[in-house]
Design a protein around this ligand. Sequence first.
Ligand SMILES: [Zn+2]
Ligand SMILES: [Zn+2]
Length: 184
Amino acid sequence: MTSLDPRAPLVLDTRELGRRPGSERHVEVTVPAPADLGIEVLAVPEGSPVELDLRLEAVMEGVLVTGTALVGLDGECVRCLEKIEDEAEVDIQELYVYNDSRDGQAPDEDDETSRTEGDLIDLEPVLRDAVVLALPFQPMCQDDCPGLCPDCGARLADEPEHDHGDKVDPRWAGLASLKEDPSN
Ligand SMILES: [Zn+2]
Ligand SMILES: [Zn+2]
């Protein structure tokens, strides 16, 4: 009844552990990133290398996976839209409970527990959560990016002295007075 593809890059085989608590296996592989890994403004490009450095350890109730994933990131600064290329090392820690320990209980829809499927475990949802959690909600090209000039759209990080003085662009002056006129 397993639905996992043992050849999928993020499906790991735990058979070697033999369910003997204490036995462990070190997995160091580079796999292609799945699609949609990340958030809208910052994500791991699909197919880019994800370096996994993991320890699979058999414990009483399942297989404990701990380690790190090193991913490349592509995105844009939320303030000035400059392209961001970065990398992140995210921590992975997840217990995959042996599926048969369910002992005939009805599957629970809200059950968030990761489970083994046969001898296989699916790392993808865990990697996905770990990456999303590790990403800044508001990625910026530099600490406290000054953003874009509200008047002309110039990138202020490139022009620290950028200034229009007090004068308002004549194209917008008319619009401003329209807006302020309550009779409109
Ligand atoms: Zn920026
Ligand atoms: Zn400006």
